[in-house]
Design a protein around this ligand. Structure first.
Ligand code: COA
Length: 284
């Protein structure tokens, strides 16, 4: 079995992981946060590398993963491109030697990619109008999922949401240039709290659900938090929301407590929240 190998350099590691996971239809099988990721599909052995001194968007080397190869060898072609030839085992050994703390996932999760193409990127201040529109839709349709109330949010002009962009990072998913999903990351302030961040505003429009969009957005903000050097992520979710509890637990969040009656809805019913935490660094 042969897989074509391409290795490229990237600038924004987290955005590149999100983009290539979506394009290749699976999550990486090896990652080193902020530095390296490798995907193996039926046809491709594809890796990205981020180094401050390395210009982004360059081909670093190409070649073949080929189990007929006995080890790891490389040669330069007439154009000056380096070709590498290796077995899967030899590549794993090479990664272990060069990046000893890289994380290997035995069975990377496939990304559901049916339907129109989804573009993932962090929102910019020019997206604030689209952000507000999707936020309002979420608040109206899912009142038990968010602390903010639709009627209060209606009063807030788009500019009032700019503080979200200044205080955090919002990962967005776009289909046909329309924002259909978002997840916000808010690092905490203050000397005793700034090792942590809150994740909130998790929402995917109903027509875009079930395609792995929320999972990808969560992975984007998780990578971003690691890039920022944060140690801990916190979030909370309605105790009855099986979808989010399953999603967050599958991404490494653990239950840390419960907030009874966190919300009182218009019909007089109460909502309890589960609080969850994910530690990003060993021993943190
Ligand atoms: C929760 C929400 C963001 C999920 O968005 P999504 O893009 O459909 O989710 P994904 O397709 O990425 O699915 C992620 C995981 O959620 C779980 N999940 C998704 N749909 C599910 C369903 N119908 N039943 C059970 N679990 C489900 C699964 O674990 C899934 O992972 P898997 O398919 O790889 O096993 C979306 O349903 C939503 O916006 N809900 C309303 C708002 C909300 O509850 N926000 C959260 C506030 S804390």
């Amino acid at each position: 079995m042969k897989r074509f190998h391409i290795s490229i350099s990237v600038g924004d590691y987290a955005a590149a992981v999100a983009e290539y996971s979506a394009r290749l239809g699976c999550e990486p099988c090896v990652t080193k946060q902020g530095r390296y990721a490798l995907w193996r599909t039926e046809l491709l052995n594809f890796s990205i590398s981020h180094k401050a001194e390395q210009p982004a968007g360059m081909v670093r080397h190409i070649g073949f993963e080929d189990n007929a190869e006995s080890g790891f060898r490389e040669e330069k072609d007439g154009v000056g491109i380096i070709w590498e030839y290796f077995s899967a085992e030899a590549q794993a050994k090479e990664i272990e030697d060069k990046i000893p703390d890289a994380v290997t996932v035995v069975q990377p999760k496939p990304i559901k990619a049916s339907g129109a193409e989804v573009i993932f990127r962090f929102l910019e201040t020019s997206d604030v109008g689209a952000f507000r529109a999707l936020r309002l839709r979420g608040l109206k349709e899912e009142p038990s999922a968010f602390l903010e109330c639709y009627e209060d949010a209606l009063e807030r002009p788009a500019d009032a949401y700019l503080s979200y962009f200044n205080n955090g990072r919002i990962a967005g998913a776009f289909v046909d240039n329309a924002l259909v999903g978002m997840v916000a990351l808010f690092p905490m302030r203050g000397a005793k709290l700034r090792h942590k961040a809150t994740i909130g505003g998790v929402y995917v429009a109903p027509e875009a659900r079930g395609r792995g969009i929320a999972r990808r957005l969560m992975i984007m903000v998780n990578h971003e938090a690691q890039e920022m050097g944060l140690e801990q992520l916190q979030l909370s979710t309605n105790t009855l929301n099986r979808v989010t509890i399953t999603l967050y637990e599958s991404l490494g969040f653990a239950r840390s407590g419960r907030e009874p009656h966190i919300l009182k809805l218009a019909d007089g019913s109460y909502v309890d929240d589960i609080t969850m935490v994910k530690f990003l660094k060993p021993g943190s």
